[in-house]
Design a protein around this ligand. Structure first.
Ligand code: BG6
Length: 511
């Protein structure tokens, strides 16, 4: 009973439907898929939540979220009504045994009215501590047994260290087959992150110079202006290393450093990525301070205007909290391609600008033919992959300045998604949810990748747990992080690049 857009009828069941993720991300993404006619023709969303609200109230709440967070802005009545008809709520505690009968009954009813068994996506938008319980409940109920039709989507964080991630994986893989488990890292759904594969492997130009002979260093910056917001309950026990580095930043590193895949097969790409994680030079416990620094934001002014509280003053944060809100790492990939090339990673909250970029600095030309007077402002080539907010690629090259004299200056060649394709790229969750419904796991994390990523950061986690930071807060909100982050690069005679902003990004940053 496959429908015309190629997707089988699908029942999308969200556990934790009353939560923030459903409201801000999942439902706006599903609604945009609906507008783009990408949802299966036969589709229903069932939200499982403890609250006792009516379908009407639930739909109203979700509409508010779509109005606020959809990339297309406010909903119109006709489109929303058509979408809302597909939504219902099941008021139940998914950990309680009573839930089973009512959920099974609801699913059977839908199957019956659709005239056959639909695909089922069980989305666990719930706190990490409840994942094992929810998964076991699904299994008990016999609700997720068909390996080809039933899928389980798990949000990050997958565990809080290597041991707990392994334990979680053992539980999940004992209950479900690996092909049924979709571990989401939403960065992998971002258009520019996916474009890294196209950029590197669909163009002949870059691959021959993509190695230690031509590349001097790689910097990955994922900077946020927001603070911890209302997520202190989770974040204060996680910190930036677990929240951002273990997943998003290491995944970007993998895409930059991986070897060319033989095919676009999900496992082939994931195998190439895990090779990178395996090659990351292990950080020795006694050397952690040479490779990793942490920071925590204090009070400050964002854009020099709005005063914001320090992390320790945020609602729900412990007043003496030692949780890091900033991390910088200096990593090396021990293989033929990358030997000796540093990969500098940094991420933090309450930084000066919301911007995610990968900056690849090439080595200087081997011989300078121009007279010194021509090259006063010399800069080696730099490739900047702009992940957000304005998705695109900038290539910084040297050019002759117009005039009668030979004077060189750096100029930027720009590729901007919005201008080149004249459309707004889909949100990461749109891509990922559609992939789950299609059963394509290419952009999802495999268990061994998750574990390897934990292994990479384990020595840092351990060292920081054993030795609390004595100098927190150590950076002012609205800055680029603590001074120790600069020192991390100074030891190599290098420094962080200022992000390269398009005019639009520059203006947005001022708001
Ligand atoms: C999430 C983290 O995974 O990514 C958040 O838990 C962070 O702390 C968010 O704010 C950043 O995502 P994006 O898409 O806004 O860069």
């Amino acid at each position: 009973m496959t429908t015309p857009n190629g997707l089988d009828p699908t029942l999308f069941i969200v556990f934790g439907a009353g939560g923030d993720l459903t409201w801000r991300k999942l439902v706006p993404a599903l609604y945009n898929l609906h507008l783009d006619r990408q949802l299966p023709e036969t589709f229903a969303l069932i939200g499982v939540d403890r609250s006792s609200q009516s379908d009407e109230a639930f739909r109203g709440h979700l509409r508010e979220g779509v109005d606020r967070f959809s990339r297309r802005g406010k909903t119109d009545d006709a489109s929303w009504t058509a979408f809302a008809e597909k939504i219902s709520i099941l008021n139940a505690d998914f950990t309680a045994p009573e839930m089973s009968a009512s959920l099974r009954k609801r699913l059977d009813q839908v199957d019956k009215s659709w005239g056959g068994q639909a695909n089922r996506v069980f989305y666990l938008a719930i706190p990490p501590t409840l994942i094992e319980k929810a998964a076991a409940r699904l299994k008990d109920l016999g609700l997720c047994q068909d390996c080809s039709r039933d899928r389980l989507v798990v949000e990050k964080p997958f565990g809080r260290d290597l041991q707990s991630a392994r334990a979680l994986d053992r539980t999940l893989t004992a209950l479900f087959s690996e092909s049924q488990i979709f571990r989401i890292d939403h960065y992998l759904g971002k258009e520019t992150v996916q474009n890294l594969l196209a950029f590197r492997f669909a163009n002949a130009l870059f691959e021959p110079i993509w190695d230690r002979r031509y590349i001097d260093q790689v910097q990955i910056t994922v900077a946020e202006t927001v603070g911890v917001g209302h997520r202190a309950g989770y974040y204060d026990h996680a910190g930036a290393l677990r929240d951002m580095v273990q997943n998003h930043l290491l995944q970007i590193l993998c895409l930059i450093a991986m070897e060319a895949p033989v095919s676009f097969d999900a496992d082939e790409i994931r195998n190439k990525k895990i090779d990178v994680l395996r090659a990351i030079h292990p950080i020795r416990a006694e050397k952690v301070h040479h490779y990793a620094v942490r920071g925590q934001y204090g009070e400050g002014r964002m854009d020099g205007v709005k005063t914001v509280p320090g992390y320790r003053q945020e609602v729900g944060v412990r007043p003496e909290s030692g949780t890091e809100t900033f991390v910088a790492l200096r990593l090396f990939v021990d293989n033929w391609r990358w030997q000796g090339v540093p990969f500098y990673l940094r991420t933090g909250k309450r930084l000066a600008q919301k911007v995610s970029q990968v900056s690849i600095l090439f080595r200087p030309v081997p011989h300078q033919s121009f007279p010194a007077s021509a090259v006063e402002n010399w800069q080696p080539n730099r490739l900047i992959i702009r992940i957000q907010p304005e998705e695109g690629i900038t290539l910084r090259i040297q050019a002759k300045q117009p005039g009668t004299r030979m004077l060189l200056a750096p100029v930027d060649m720009q590729f901007c998604y919005r201008e080149a394709f004249r459309k707004t790229p889909p949100e990461a969750y749109e891509t990922l949810l559609l992939d789950v419904m299609r059963g394509d796991a290419t952009l999802f994390m495999r268990a061994d990748q998750v574990e390897k990523a934990w292994e990479v950061i384990s020595p840092v986690l351990k060292s920081w747990e054993e030795t609390p930071a004595g100098d927190f807060p150590d950076y002012v909100s609205g800055s680029w992080g603590p001074e120790s982050a600069d020192a991390l690069l100074t030891q190599d005679g290098r420094s962080w690049f200022d992000p390269v902003l398009t005019e639009r990004e520059g203006e947005e940053g001022q708001k």
